[in-house]
Design a protein around this ligand. Structure first.
Ligand SMILES: Cc1cc2nc3c(=O)[nH]c(=O)nc-3n(C[C@H](O)[C@H](O)[C@H](O)COP(=O)(O)OP(=O)(O)OC[C@H]3O[C@@H](n4cnc5c(N)ncnc54)[C@H](O)[C@@H]3O)c2cc1C
Length: 319
């Protein structure tokens, strides 16, 4: 079995999820290849030293800023050359945009947001949540044009080592032509912890009453060294940026600890966070649906509970 993992990069280095994909590939065995697309070869050697197998490196100035149209065309060329059976990408914002497009371009089967995979007799079965996480389904691909999947973050540890070599690839120049050009990338919140990579997330909902109370959320997140998330209700209300939205139309997160504050627990929110390892809910309504998925629940007014929790964590963590 040949497996191609797609190592997306940020600031010239592979994102953490790239190493998780290598670990996912290792878990079922086979010949591992890693696609490394960038404007420089900087990240390729690290991928090779951490078990990326044949690190197929395409270097071109058009690959500096992510452009799913160009990336998909370049990857299609690599897929035509190496014929992998399984193609794994990260279930990140960019990864989802890319791998769906790529599967369509190659005429392969696609499973998004998978949380596990197995292989028997070269037949891969992936596991993915369906119906908002209420059902866990097993998916196999029929047909021979490759099985494409995006892997949810933190379902695998990062590969630390393993065999690998950097292989420089050249691709036909037409692959770098696109209808759309990405000219600039602006980082929205410098210094903030990335939501999809965070181990701890404190998320705010409409129960926070207004943007003036959100510093209470930021304070708890800072005390725990975590990131700040939001429900769609408060993003739509303009209290928080879209980049913080968790859920069906926002980010899927999988932290060790997710604290939902003043969030009712609508299914569209739950699909983005219910696989978190530990969920703590703070809500003044003891019947709020969020308590159905929470490991720990605190019933009460968030405006009173948050300062007390923050003070307690600050004291505990500094002693
Ligand atoms: C197609 C579609 C896609 C969607 N995508 C998303 C998505 O990606 N993410 C998402 O989050 N939503 C999404 N939604 C919206 C979703 O259905 C809910 O409307 C939304 O999640 C509700 O946000 P909320 O829990 O903050 O607000 P509410 O449902 O209004 O809940 C507020 C909660 O705060 C509690 N509360 C009130 N005061 C306090 C207090 N003082 N202290 C503590 N608790 C208090 C209340 O008891 C209540 O449970 C989507 C909806 C649709 C139709």
């Amino acid at each position: 079995m040949k497996i191609l993992t797609i190592a997306l990069q940020k600031d010239g280095q592979p994102i953490a999820a790239s190493y998780e994909l290598i670990e996912a590939a290792k878990s079922i065995g086979g010949e591992i290849m890693t696609a490394c697309l960038s404007d420089s070869e900087a990240g390729a050697s690290d991928l090779a030293s951490r078990g990326g197998g044949k690190v197929l490196t395409v270097t071109h100035e058009s690959l500096k800023l992510f452009n799913d149209e160009i990336y998909a065309k370049v990857l299609k060329a690599l897929i035509e050359k190496y014929s992998p059976d399984l193609i794994l990408g990260p279930a990140t914002f960019y990864g989802k945009a890319l791998v769906g497009r790529l599967a369509a371009l190659c005429g392969g089967a696609m499973a998004s947001d998978i949380i596990g995979l197995t292989a028997e007799n070269d037949k891969v079965t992936v596991t993915r949540p369906s119906y908002g996480g209420s059902v866990i389904s097993q998916v196999v691909a029929e047909g021979g044009n490759g099985f494409f999947a995006t892997v949810r973050g933190k379902m695998f540890t990062e590969s630390k080592d393993g065999p690998g070599e950097v292989v420089a690839e050249s691709v036909d120049g037409s692959a770098f032509e696109a209808k759309m050009t990405v000219t600039e990338r602006k980082v929205e919140s410098s210094g903030a912890v990335n939501l999809t990579e965070a181990d701890v997330i404190v998320s705010a909902g409409r129960g926070m009453k207004g943007p003036e109370n959100l510093p209470l959320i930021n304070d708890l997140a800072a005390a725990l060294g975590g990131a700040v998330g939001a429900s769609r209700a408060i993003v739509d209300a303009g209290w928080a940026p879209y980049s913080q939205q968790v859920g069906q139309t926002g980010k899927t997160v999988n932290p060790k600890l997710y604290v939902a504050v003043g969030i009712s627990g609508a299914i569209q929110h739950l699909v983005g966070m219910r696989s978190s390892q530990t969920i703590v809910a703070i809500n003044r309504d003891k019947d709020a649906p969020i308590f159905n998925v929470a490991n720990y629940g605190i019933v009460g007014d968030a405006m009173e509970i948050l300062p007390a929790l923050t003070a307690k964590f600050k004291a505990e963590l500094s002693s």
